[in-house]
Design a protein around this ligand. Sequence first.
Ligand code: COA
Length: 383
Amino acid sequence: MNVGIDKISFFVPPYYIDMTELAQVRNVDPGKYMIGIGQSEMAIGPSSQDIVTYAANAANKILTDEDKKAIDLVIVGTESSFDESKASAVILHRLLGIQDFARSFEIKEACYGATAGLEAAKNHISRHPESKALVIAADIARYGLNNGGEPTQGAGAVAMLISSQPKILALSDDTINLTQDIYDFWRPTGHAYPLVDGPLSNETYINSFNKVYNRYSKEYQESFGDFAALAFHIPYTKMGKKALQSVLPQASEQDATRLLERYDESITYSRRVGNLYTGSLYLGLISLLENSTALKAGDKLGLFSYGSGAVSQFFTGILQSGYEKHLLKDYHQALLLQRTKLTISAYEKMFNEYVDYNKTTTFNDELPFSIAKIEDNIRFYHN
Ligand code: COA
């Protein structure tokens, strides 16, 4: 039986900044952000929008009434949770109108959470092929203003419907996982921003990719020639490229050229959005599928998921016949085009917006599924 991604979509907040402008205000050579880090634009959202609003908007685009009746598992992967107890998946379950007899929960392991969710969903659908599962990666990547991590922020969500008749990507059972207890990026309870050892996170990411990819090739006797493309977790677009380049000396020139070309197609959207934390790998996958004309049904894709701390996984999938007809390319491109560009001072103001969740606050946001009101520390959403 094939189990995998039946539908997939992303949603990002309706505002962004230009990275050249940010560099100028921060007295940094724009080449550092545009080329060294590899980011052109960065998504930013107001305080009337949160991971639930991004997740609901992403999922609502792909779900039909029939899907909502068949879904019995809702998983959110996030590291931007706003509640230590109640899962955002429970709120989403209601907002999206999914039938009552479903299991809903949230998974945390830095940027790896959604991949853990995908694995759980795959196992569930393998045992219950008549069901469907909704896996959402939703995050607001924040490092603070005026620091090394600032150009690698972003926000948004990716929603995936998992079924036993996947129209886009059938996931294989061949995976390699790796866990290493490393403090490269962590956010102790109560901290608004993560603590980051940037160079260590870069180094751990690259080492982890080498370890899981090489073990995968050995265990499953596959090499670069078997992959039409490799998709990476993309905290910033240069990161995945560094990891890919670190293994390419083992590849033929033809394989290296192909994988680098596909990599460039996979970063088209991330370059304009920034970091989605758990969603970054899947935004990269959408970008690859929607921007590559070289891929075809039957092609094998390799996916590298990385969550600081650190957990990583290399897994694979096969593109399904007619997959391109089920992508939402026009919608996604319009979503990016229709955003409003903010000046750097407007971005800083939005970034610093303070909301006292202990006080009743109402918002006037036109975005579907935005926060309407906060009362008694409960967020009420427009839907
Ligand atoms: N033109 C072109 N490139 C330039 C440049 C210029 N004018 N100025 C600098 N660069 C290049 C640097 O050479 C470097 O390239 P390299 O990595 O290939 O050597 C790159 O820009 C970044 O410069 P660096 O000085 O290393 O940046 P930084 O100290 O500000 O830190 C991060 C970069 C990514 C570590 C930092 O943004 C961060 O901590 N991000 C959050 C953590 C993260 O995303 N980790 C990734 C793994 S999950």
